[in-house]
Design a protein around this ligand. Sequence first.
Ligand code: DQA
Length: 140
Amino acid sequence: MSGPNLDQLGTRSPEIYGRQTLAEHVARFSELAAARGFSVRHLQSNFEGDLIEAVHGANGTAVAIVLNAGALTHSSWALADALGAFDGVKVEVHLSNPAAREPFRHVSTLAGVVNGTIAGFGATSYELAVEAVQRLLATS
Ligand code: DQA
């Protein structure tokens, strides 16, 4: 799942987020996931409620959620509550390293309800997330 403004990747602050589009990240992620036997559903939305409803819909229909919530990471207790009620594996992903940026990015409402966070590796963050999901499912 991809939150607000991630549909702008490719042209949005490329010095921070790189030049790859969201479609390119999702294609690579899906390719790696398929090689491990997983199929991927992807939703990008600029609206918090869409993401919350997608989390609700994942309950019982998905084994894992990989989520880059964009700036909702730093503000959305509602998304955190929804994720907290999802009973599968949850991995928070960021292209940049929010801890090394502005103070408002140092807080993640999601950090306490996910299995773990992968941040700061650019496009590789998504690739590492596939690996994390596979390993977490193998041990859960
Ligand atoms: C981001 C980091 C967030 O702080 C920011 O609001 C984003 C992108 C990242 O992938 O680095 O939209 O989640």
